[in-house]
Write a protein that binds this ligand. Structure first.
Ligand SMILES: [Fe+2]
Length: 241
């Protein structure tokens, strides 16, 4: 896979010159199946049905009577006892909480391939899958991410608000202090690039799946040579059958 296939129609050269690390962009596509091979509701169901073996799961903004003690108000499996039981996770989903499946790229070869492609430019990254059960699912308030983000939309509609403001170590800004740069809707096959540290908010307008590919660092080029990723290769189990 080439980087251009992900950024299309933005060229790699244009991305480096105009956007990387400073300016967001989004691409709305007519080809709704552009990224549909990356994830599906069937894959989500299969992952969660095998609940005992689920290592990574976060539940965002649980209902008020179950509020997490952490500032981000997220329950994490392995850290919060309430998620030991599948029943509780099941009920949170029914009550409209968004789920995050972090470090999910090894669920299939296609996500590993996207990570590997971008890692030539960035070094180690990861895929987090965001799933919401309904419109207006409980999700994060405006915030910044400490990584470069490439968000690929798999299913459903999402309203994004991107703010002009970037992270300032002196103080975290509240919603009313932020200035909106742009609001837009994304759906199946669309892509959003968000530079590290830019404030944003996403509200699901329907049931949805999106995958955010996160990269904490930006590698420097040496001449025209790219950084060589050290990611564990995808060994296809099917091959051995
Ligand atoms: Fe974010």
């Amino acid at each position: 896979m080439q980087i251009e296939e992900i950024l299309d129609p933005i060229s790699f050269k244009e991305f480096r010159k105009e956007y990387q690390g400073r300016k967001f962009f989004y691409v709305k596509t007519k080809n709704k199946d552009r990224f549909s091979h990356l994830y599906s509701w069937e894959m989500f169901d299969r992952y969660l049905n095998d609940y005992r073996n689920v290592i990574n799961l976060s539940v965002i903004n649980p209902p008020v009577n179950h509020v997490s003690k952490r500032e981000d108000n997220v329950f994490r499996k392995g850290e919060d006892d309430v998620l030991k039981k599948k029943k509780n996770a099941f009920n949170y989903w029914r009550e409209g909480c968004s789920f995050v499946l972090p470090f999910a790229e090894y669920q299939n070869e296609a996500m590993v391939e996207v990570c590997e492609t971008m890692e030539f430019m960035y070094g180690d990254g990861q895929a987090n899958i965001y799933c919401s059960p309904t419109a207006e699912s409980k999700s994060f308030p405006p915030h910044v991410d400490s990584t470069e983000n490439f968000l690929i939309h798999i299913d459903g509609k999402i309203k994004w608000t991107i703010y002009k403001d970037f992270w300032d170590a002196k103080r975290t800004k509240k919603e009313h202090e932020l200035t909106v740069a742009e609001e837009f809707e994304l759906s199946e096959g669309d892509l959003l690039y968000l530079p590290k540290g830019q404030y944003h908010k996403a509200i699901s307008l329907s049931q949805r799946i999106s995958i955010s590919f996160h990269f904490p660092k930006q590698k420097k080029y040496k001449g025209n040579k790219f950084f060589r990723p050290k990611r564990d290769h995808w060994y296809d189990w099917e091959f051995w059958k």
